[in-house]
Write a protein that binds this ligand. Structure first.
Ligand code: FES
Length: 106
């Protein structure tokens, strides 16, 4: 089974199983990871699944869509590594991916 590590803002780490084709947002919710809300259900319209993806996986991620880029402009403390977890589907190339969660979702 593929795996994802979510790291909360306080450093609490969650290593969870990650079925292929499930999004990082769904995987976080499936496993009760605090800090990912997913209010819009994954339609890229709420930005409550904002997270920072470790740079080691940056070149393996799908390109940000215009909509994702627009939504990320409204999150608190955006960074170069900011992504919406609902826009990233798990795949073999992302096995072991490390995702840091922001202090708050708005
Ligand atoms: Fe709403 Fe990702 S769940 S933008």
């Amino acid at each position: 089974m593929l795996q994802v590590t979510f790291i909360e803002h306080d450093g609490t780490t969650h290593l969870v199983p990650a079925p292929p084709e499930r999004t990082l947002m769904q995987i976080a919710l499936d496993n009760g990871v605090p800090g990912i809300l997913g209010d819009c259900g994954g339609s890229c319209s709420c930005a409550t699944c904002h997270a920072y993806v470790d740079a080691r996986w940056a070149d393996k991620l799908p390109t940000r869509s215009e909509t994702e880029t627009f939504m990320l402009e409204g999150v608190p403390e955006p960074r170069e590594s900011s992504r919406l977890c609902c826009q990233i589907k798990m795949q073999v190339a992302l096995d072991g991916i490390v995702v840091q969660l922001p202090e708050v979702q708005v």
